[in-house]
Design a protein around this ligand. Structure first.
Ligand code: DGI
Ligand code: FE
Ligand code: FE
Ligand code: FE
Length: 187
């Protein structure tokens, strides 16, 4: 699918603010793919659709998680985590994107997972550092992303976990396992 068509489809699903974020993720993911030898077209497509399900009603997402037998533990954790796996499902079902690598990159863009592929890392990091992001620590991750995708990924996971811990929030197992995988096995 070409960029213009994909953007038109996603624009109907998300707010204008989220659309601007999506464009930032797209540009950043393309740049990272070029830097690290990733697939530029897949990075573009995964970035465009990564937040496709962000504004679906919680009830609809819960129904999909149950019906599609996604991990039940998702429902115990913050509903912010749901749009990633639900998005991958809906982008396949509603938009007709069949590319497994693209769908996996959407599925794991919020939590990460051990043994993430290059494309998954690119989307995770691009989502974190796109030009519209302004939270503390983002500049350091931007700099790391210039030289090491794994270091950028590790730092963004660390920041996310610290942020959650400070708010007394639970950390989803995939997030912790991704962090441990990077520390113990270097990605
Ligand atoms: O959809 P975006 O806002 O672009 O970004 P995202 O999909 O990376 O993250 C959405 C939210 O999910 C963000 O506020 C942080 C939160 N999050 C990420 N990992 C975890 C998490 N929340 C919990 N409770 N546990 C996690 O492991
Ligand atoms: Fe997201
Ligand atoms: Fe993210
Ligand atoms: Fe995002």
């Amino acid at each position: 699918m070409e960029r213009e068509e994909a953007l038109k489809i996603v624009a109907e699903q998300i707010t204008e603010h989220r659309y601007v974020h999506t464009l930032g993720v797209m540009e950043t993911a393309i740049r990272l793919a070029k830097t690290y030898g990733g697939d530029v077209k897949k990075a573009e497509l995964a970035a465009i659709f990564h937040d496709y399900a962000k504004f679906r009603p919680k009830e609809e997402m819960e129904k999909i998680i149950k019906e599609q037998e996604m991990p039940a533990i998702l429902l115990k954790h913050n509903s912010e985590l749901w749009h990633a796996p639900v998005g991958a499902y809906l982008v396949n079902k509603e938009v007709g994107i069949k590319d497994k690598e693209v769908l996996q990159a959407i599925k794991y863009h919020t939590s990460g997972r051990p043994n993430m592929t290059m494309l998954e890392k690119i989307i995770y990091v691009a989502d974190y550092i796109e030009p519209g992001r302004h939270f503390p620590g983002v500049e350091e991750v931007r700099e790391l992303a210039e030289t090491s995708l794994n270091q950028a990924l590790l730092k963004s996971l660390q920041n996310t976990m610290i942020f959650l811990l400070k708010k007394n929030q639970a950390v989803y197992p995939d997030t912790i396992e991704t962090y441990n995988w990077l520390v113990l096995e270097g990605g």
